[in-house]
Design a protein around this ligand. Structure first.
Ligand SMILES: [Mg+2]
Length: 350
């Protein structure tokens, strides 16, 4: 494989936080890498669980950071949730919306009627992230659900990242309603596969791939949608987290940052807990991981201990394959975890 990884695909479904931006700042190498990928013919979409902001607002924010984002390139869970609602209820049905104006607009755009009270006998309740929600709003939704309304959430994120840390997310607010009603919601957001499938359909994708930072939303969702997925280390999950990922949360491609999608992806192979990627190799000895470069003397093979290590990109990739192979061949997660130090992935020594 000598072509850029991205040339295998026609559409990229990018996550936002930790992939495109972090707070108010662009993620390192994101603007120029996405611009270059688009220049090579990739169609880009930005797929977000956040249902509280209009897609056009998000697109404008990306553009301001130097990331190419046409107004219709943002797909959020309000769009997908409203689409799910429309597939479950009759056209013109009444919907109790617990969410921001952006969500109410999406529901209306699908020919459904927004109502304010359980006394209006809504056919469904849809709940999106809505910082203004209070006890009365949650109770109104609970009354409607108890009376038989379908319960849909735009996403079930437990937390939402803010400048000061992790705040209470939509999924945690939804717990209050499902606790009090005994009814579990359908969810439109990651890690459910629908958001990837509907976004790919909206873009008429033939060979889409996803790009994300978060194992239990982006990666799990793409895997369950059957879509190849590239992981970048610029957000939530660390290199060590990747090595410890369970099978349903393992990315197809491992990267440090978005530059890797413009580069050829190396060949790889191996046998269980022995793996090689490009020129790098890693293996599980039965009690430790060893990482090295093919052709090096044994003396240059590093045995990982408790101290943090710095690996190059292919060494990291081979270590992850080795750790997954070890887990799949019966080595316990606690044993693998104990053998893995903190890992920094660096291009400095290549
Ligand atoms: Mg993210």
């Amino acid at each position: 494989m000598t072509q850029a990884l991205v040339s295998q695909f026609d559409v990229g479904l990018f996550d936002l936080d930790g992939v495109c931006y972090l707070g108010q700042e662009p993620v390192v190498h994101a603007p120029e890498s996405i611009s270059a990928a688009v220049g090579m013919g990739l169609k880009q979409a930005y797929v977000t669980n956040n249902a509280s902001r209009h897609p056009a607002v998000v697109a404008a924010q990306l553009e301001a950071l130097g990331i190419p984002a046409p107004a219709d390139s943002v797909v959020n869970s309000a769009q997908v949730g409203s689409q799910m609602l429309a597939e479950h209820v009759e056209p013109g049905s009444k919907i109790l919306v617990l969410g921001a104006q952006a969500l109410r607009d999406e529901v209306t755009a699908r020919g459904l009627v927004v109502v304010e009270s359980a006394d209006d006998h809504p056919a469904a309740v849809i709940q999106g992230f809505y910082p203004e929600a209070n006890w009365a709003d949650l109770s109104e939704a609970a009354l409607a659900i108890r009376a038989g309304a379908l319960y849909v959430c735009t996403n079930l994120d437990k937390t939402i990242p803010r400048e000061r840390g992790l705040m209470v997310g939509n999924g945690s607010l939804a717990r209050a309603i499902s606790n009090s009603t005994g009814v579990e919601p359908l969810s439109a957001g990651k890690p459910e596969p629908e958001i990837f499938q509907i976004a790919a359909k909206m873009l008429e994708a033939r060979s889409p791939f996803a790009i994300g930072d978060n194992l239990d939303t982006d990666i799990q969702g793409a895997v369950s949608a059957g879509m190849p997925v590239l992981h970048v280390l610029t957000g939530l999950a660390s290199a060590r987290d990747i090595c410890l990922a369970p099978a349903h949360q393992r990315p197809t491609y491992l990267a440090d940052d978005l530059r890797a999608m413009l580069e050829p992806y190396p060949d790889s192979g191996g046998d269980g807990p022995q793996a090689w990627v490009g020129e790098a190799h890693a293996r599980w000895t039965g009690s430790a991981f060893e990482v090295g470069t093919i052709g090096d003397d044994d003396g240059l093979v590093r045995r990982l201990g408790a101290d943090p290590v710095e690996l190059n990109l292919n060494q990291y990739r081979s270590l992850a394959l080795s750790a997954w192979g070890a887990a799949d061949s019966g080595v316990s997660v606690s044993e693998i975890s104990a053998a893995l130090p903190e890992i920094t992935v660096s291009r400095d020594h290549e």
